[in-house]
Structure formats: structure tokens, C-alpha cells
Write a protein that binds this ligand. Structure first.
Ligand SMILES: [Zn+2]
Length: 185
């Protein structure tokens, strides 16, 4: 059984989490003005920048300059969107340098829960937004079975339900060049 001190700490953590969830719910409901959960989600992540920022964070791209290069957002636009995503509870900042202060951006639990939507957009985009003969942009290998994971929610080779951490990405040559050119620009 937990002693009083631990109970208090655990209770405090739950209170902080609940307050964060409440703040997020109030925020999205204020922004969308509706009970509809699709509209509330859209109020948080429905713009172009927020979606590509989340895509980059799932690709492990966490620093401001590199996020700016890959999203093609202006510094002001990127800073505004990062603040908005942080206020919504999707991301949190972690300092990686003190002088000058520099931060990396990480997904919170709420942000991590957004991965299936990015995955579904990728699958839909590969199926409906590509010209004939264009190669698959990112192929994923499933870590545990070492097979081709495919585009869906479950591994095409072994049928296991996938999370982002289970996948090893391999970018197509044209997409790798596109990203390298952005980073170098
Ligand atoms: Zn597999």
C-alpha cells in the first residue's frame, strides 16, 4: 500500500493531468463552439501547419530550425503554431541548451495518441493522392517480424497492431532528396 506521501504525490499528478485535460477540452470547445468532437479536433490540428509539425515530430524532427526547414513555415508562423499545440496539450518543450535557451519539442500522451491519424492520412494519400507509377514515399519495416509493415494499422506481414515505435522508416530516394534539399536551403 502506498504511504501518505506517495498518495499525495500520485493524487497531485492526477489533479495536474485532470486540470490539463480540462484546459484542453475548454480550449477546443471555445475554439470550435460545438459539442462535435470532429470540430473540436479540427480546432486543434485542422490547419496545415499543425498537421505537418505533428508529422515531423513523429519522424523524430524536434528542433526549431529543422522544423522550420521541413515544414517551410516562417519563424513567426512556426512559433505561433508550436505555442498553440503546447497550449492545446499536444506537445511539450524540453530544454536542450541553457545559453542561449533552446528547446526540443516532444509529443505528450495526447500528442502520441494522434499518430493513428497521421498514419491514416499517409495511407489515404498513398492510395488517392499519387500519380500512377510514383513510388511509395516511406516504407516501414516492422521491428519485431522484420517484414514489410505496409500502410495500414496492422502489420501486413504478421498482422500485429502497430505503433510508431514498432516501425523502421525507409524514405524513397526522391523524398530523401526533397528533405535534404530543404535542410540545406
Ligand atoms: Zn510484422
Amino acid at each position: 500500500m502506498l504511504n501518505g506521501r506517495h498518495e499525495t504525490a500520485a493524487f497531485r499528478r492526477i489533479c495536474v493531468l485532470n486540470t490539463r485535460i480540462e484546459t484542453t477540452v475548454k480550449e477546443s470547445s471555445k475554439l470550435s463552439g460545438t459539442l462535435c468532437p470532429v470540430s473540436r479536433s479540427q480546432a486543434i490540428v485542422g490547419d496545415r501547419w499543425s498537421l505537418v509539425i505533428m508529422r515531423e515530430l513523429f519522424m523524430g524532427n524536434r528542433r526549431f530550425d529543422s522544423l522550420m526547414a521541413q515544414t517551410q513555415a516562417t519563424p513567426q508562423m512556426l512559433a505561433t503554431r508550436l505555442k498553440k499545440l503546447e497550449k492545446s496539450g499536444m506537445i511539450r518543450r524540453k530544454p536542450y541548451m541553457v545559453r542561449p535557451p533552446r528547446y526540443e519539442y516532444h509529443c505528450t500522451e495526447m500528442g502520441q495518441a494522434f499518430y493513428p491519424i497521421i498514419r491514416a492520412l499517409r495511407e489515404w494519400g498513398e492510395n488517392w493522392c499519387k500519380s500512377k507509377g510514383e513510388p511509395i514515399t516511406v516504407r516501414y519495416t516492422h521491428k519485431s517480424c522484420e517484414g514489410n509493415a505496409g500502410l495500414g494499422a496492422v502489420c501486413e506481414t504478421c498482422g500485429e497492431l502497430l505503433t510508431r515505435a514498432d516501425l523502421i522508416p525507409k524514405l524513397s530516394a526522391p523524398y530523401a532528396s526533397e528533405r535534404a534539399a530543404r535542410e540545406a536551403a
